[in-house]
Design a protein. Sequence first.
Lengths: 420, 478
Amino acid sequence: MGLFRYELRLLLRQRLTVGALALLALLTVAALAMGMAEVARQRAAIAAIPAAQAEDIGAVAHYVDHTRDAGSAAYYSFHPTWDAPAPLAFAALGMRDVSPYILRVRALGLEAQIYDGDTFNPELALPGRFDFAFVLVFLAPLFVIALFHDLRSAEREAGRQRMLDALPNGGRALWRRRTLLRFLLTWSAIGIPFGIAAAFAGVAVAPILIVLALVAAYLLFWIALAALVGRLRWSSVANAAALAAAWLVLVLIVPTLCNVAINAAIPVNQGAEIAMAQREAVNGAWDVPREATMRRFYATHPEWADSAPLGPEFHYKWYLAFHENGDESVAPAVRAYRQGLEARDAAARALGWVLPSVGVQALLTRIARTDLTAQLAYQDRIRAFHHRLRTFYYGYLFRDRPFGKTDFDRAPRFDDRDRG
Amino acid sequence: MSAVGLIARDEIRLMTRNRVAIIAFVLVVLLTLVAVASSWAHQREIAELRARQAEAAETAFKAQPDRHPHRVVHYGTFIFRPLGPLAAFDPGVDAFTGNSMFLEGHRQNSANFGDVRQSSLLVRFGQLTPAFVLQVVAPLLLIFLGYGALARETERGTVRVLMLQGAGRGQIVRGKLLALGAAALLAGLPAMIGLAAISGQPGALAWPMLAIALGYAGYLALWTVLILLVSASVRRSRDALLALVAVWAVAVVLLPRVAPDLASAAVPLTNRLQTEVAVARDLRTMGDSHNPDDPHFAQFKRALLARYGVAKVEDLPINYKGAVGIEGERLTSAVYGRYATANHVAQARQNALVDAMGLLSPTIALRSLSMAAAGTDLAGHQRFLEQAEAYRYALVQRLNRMQMEDVSYADDGATDAGADRRKRVSARKWQAMPDFRFIAPDGRTLAAAALPGLAIVFAWLAGALILLMVASRRLGAR
């Protein structure tokens, strides 16, 4: 242990090392604070839903109460859904800045609603977020390079290497000690602030340990790369230049090249085509006999088939039926669209097995539930909720039951914990 | 040959002997070429796809059968944001904003289906475009080529040898500057050739391209000066390299990410749910056409009846429902417009904060000038949103007027067997509707938007030059 203490004292006398470690810890803390502030904002926005919703639905209830028409209630009532951030979301914000985490839906065609976005500033989203994942994936390797590029070459250039090799406990043991020490210090500079923040945010022990292991593994990859370059016995300068070039290639260039390749190799039919096809199907219903629409609807929803036949007047059950028909007519395109997105995502994940930068980002966003999988799971919850909404309103419309003020309270409520 | 020329030639010869440097240089040139080719192909593909989709949407709109005008208000239309030729150089926020929009009555929808939600997580690592290569990769290449230019001479004591041979400090620095500047020019050339090739496309504008070329030239010149400044100020070339990589990491990677986060924390945006609830609240207080007791519409009705000198809406020569539709749309659009403006103002304030950080990081300034000149910044998207809203409003009001003039009030409320037929307006009317045409801003407007960024980049360049002059006076002093 004594030798470690001496090495530590030696290390702490180097201004570059101490400065680098302090800066890394500072950046980690800043990124964690920014991430937590963003997640707190998102939680506050979700917490503000009930008050706004009560006001809005109250006005609709007041208006609908004149007619007690369930169709008007279904048409004018927007129901909120939300995707509360997982405890670890602060560490990797993932797609949460460009995909909505609050979406209001009504019992009309869902395909015209589910792709809506929330308000965000695209110029701010463009460079990506400054979160823990960014510090780890992009910045930490640069610090590893600064600390490890001259581990041996500095001693060689100072003419001390032969002496160090000749010392008792010198040679390999010495380099191991120094490597381990620098690794532990770097890991602590990232891991300790993260551990504290995660514990503070109420993250379970297992994910914290996984992330800490991930941090260690990613740092070790870069340390190994530095050691590999060090074996070439180049000068410190050449080592630093080679490692920085490797960083550029592995963290910036290969991912962007692969992005181009993946998007070209896996074409996704544009979502806009789904929206256009659905709107064509929905609006076309005004120009076909209403009985045909109802027949088609009853074929897939036999439970309402015994409803009274349509009169000459407008009836909302017809309106909602052709909206649901419209959704069903684009279901194959929706499935294909989703499969395309998942295929792209899977290709990027596969790349993560060979490219540590991508792998770490993918794993972090997965554990933090901020990736595409989490987005699609949220869409599934919206779909399930929307189905409940439709069933609820159909119960009034197809049975011609009046919809009073108290019925608004009976409407299904979205439950975020209902995960799939 | 002058001393400056000799020193420059010597430095270039040294660079070309460094095999790693040559490989790196070739790789960057190749990367640029790949970026130019893929980005251009991508831009053309997207532009064609959107043009095709827009045409399909227009055809569908015009192929509508005889319909009640209000049906068409809800049928609405899809429009697509066209992508200008310069987006092949710098696509800016194009992937991050929705590029299609559904326009209908009573509502203002969001632009949907941005590429960022249709791509894998890799899109957040950056996009391979000529702009990306020049902004991010080229400076690092120059650092590798030039970090030792002066520090190496200082470290080995060869500065004094040069000076003994009669070279002035200024001549040494100018010679090195010339050599690294030539390398920078060569590194930037492929992207500029790409830019020139793009200019062959119709619609490419001279002024913005000039602004882009100037901006990137200034940016690379700035890095050249900065590298020599650091190289002149430190005693060991390793320190020069580490310091330069640190400066690069902070200016190019860190600050462009931190600035937006600070801006979004400082200026929060109202989310869609809160905006919609507020819009509904405002509409309830201003006038609700569905509410029979609404004071605004009661007043509207009285005024309309008085204008035509009749007692009942049934006696009006026009369809009262259409008139109410026009008034209702006017009110909703005004309210939506107010909130959209507030949102635009808030986003502009966020961007102003980020631009202020451009004083700390020339990369931020360059990025915003590049996007502004290419017309792919937030302002470009908002231009689209504003034109889309103007088009939507005109379209909906035309349809409301059609309902007012071409559908009689009696038919509109009738429910007898033939009523549905009588309410419909001839399909020929849809064919006469004008299509949405995005009016791109002219070159001067785009170039003018790039001026603040240009000013910052060149202010940085001037500052760095002055510092280099100061630093070169101490060259070889110890």
